[in-house]
Structures are given as C-alpha cells and as structure tokens.
Design a protein around this ligand. Structure first.
Ligand SMILES: [Zn+2]
Length: 209
C-alpha cells in the first residue's frame, strides 16, 4: 500500500508547512485572519494524520485511536475557534495595526499549498471515501485561504485594520459550524475509514472461486 501511504504522508507534510507558515506570519503581522486560517488548516492536518494512521496501523488500533482522537480534535477546534472569535470581537472594538502584506503573501502561498495537497490526494482519491473527502475539502480550501488575502488587500487599500478581525470572524464561524455539523452527522464510514484497503490487493480466495 506504499503507493497510497506516500501521497498521504507528502500531503500531510505540505499541510504542516501551511499551518506553521500561517501561524508565524499571523503572529508577527498581528493578523487574526491569518491565524484563523492556520487553525482551519490545523483541523485538516488532524484529518490527514488520521488518514495516515489508518494506513500505517493495524485496523482495530487505528480505528479506536481515531474514534477518541476525532472527538478530542473537534472539541479542541471549537475551543480555539471560540477563543479567536473572542479576540476578533475585542479587535473590532479596539483595532490593532495589521501588516496587510503578510496575509496577502502568506495567504496566496497557503492557497497554492492547499492546491498542492489536493493534487497529491487526487491520484489516490478512489482508494477510500475518507481520502476522497479530504481531496474535495482541500480543493475547496484553495478558496478559503484567499480569505486572509482579501483581508490583507482591504486593510492595505482602506487603511482600516478592522477588515482583518472581520474576516477572521467569518472563517471562525464557518469552521465552528462545519465542525459541529460533522460531529452531528457522525458519518462513521467517512470519519473513521474502516476499510483501509488497497484496490490493488489480491482478492480474497473465496471471491476467486
Ligand atoms: Zn480545510
């Protein structure tokens, strides 16, 4: 199954780069929209790590691990997003100067990075519904990463830093809504890939006779 594991590991590594770059740049530029997209990509990171584990660990172990990890991750994500909503509201009332060029440049790089993650997953998307879901999600994330870009452009053009917390607020509310929806729908087959099998494996004997 190396041909499935490799693109999954590369995609996870690339996504890690996006999370770290956005977190560092967001911190230095005082850009909440960039920090928020970093948190959003961190949520995708957890999904990608789960997929990697599903293909690396024995089935039962990876399934049990992912069940508990998924719940913890979702709760953690909602908590971090809530904290950023709080920060964004505080910033809206008392604006802080934001370096607009940072969210523009790093947001564009994140969009390209998310496109790269989707490209890596594209070749193996037919292996498993969870990989297909991650592929489609990261394809959509190319546009989500443009949120800090839009915030940076608006801040630079208008000279008003409030566009940055405003955009962070939108992304945070979207992330909270989608995470809650995911917990509620709890589509077992999609959340915990039970059949982490490879399409190229030989058929079981009883199916051959
Ligand atoms: Zn995402």
């Amino acid at each position: 199954m190396a041909h499935v594991r490799k693109p999954l590991i590369y995609a996870t590594a690339l996504n890690t780069g996006i999370v770290v770059a956005e977190a560092i740049a967001g911190y230095h530029a005082h850009s909440l929209s960039l920090l928020m997209d970093s948190v959003h990509n961190l949520s995708d990171e957890l999904a990608l790590v789960s997929l990697c584990l599903a293909y690396l660990l024995p089935l039962r172990l990876s399934r049990d691990l992912q069940r508990s990890a998924n719940l913890l991750n979702s709760a953690g994500l909602i908590a971090i997003s809530g904290l950023l909503v709080w920060q964004a509201l505080a910033r809206l009332m008392a604006p802080t100067a934001v370096l607009g060029t940072f969210p523009v440049v790093v947001g564009l790089l994140a969009a390209v990075g998310n496109g790269g993650v989707a490209r890596l997953l594209r070749d193996v998307r037919d292996q498993n519904p969870a990989i297909r879901l991650a592929y489609l999600h990261n394809l959509g994330d190319v546009y989500v990463s443009l949120a800090p870009v839009a915030a940076g452009v608006l801040v630079t053009v208008s000279g008003q830093s409030l566009f940055d917390p405003l955009m962070a607020l939108l992304v945070a509310l979207w992330l909270i809504a989608t995470t809650v929806q995911e917990i509620r729908s709890a589509g077992d087959a999609l959340l915990w890939p039970e059949d982490a099998v490879c399409g190229h494996d030989p058929l079981p004997v009883h199916e051959l006779v």
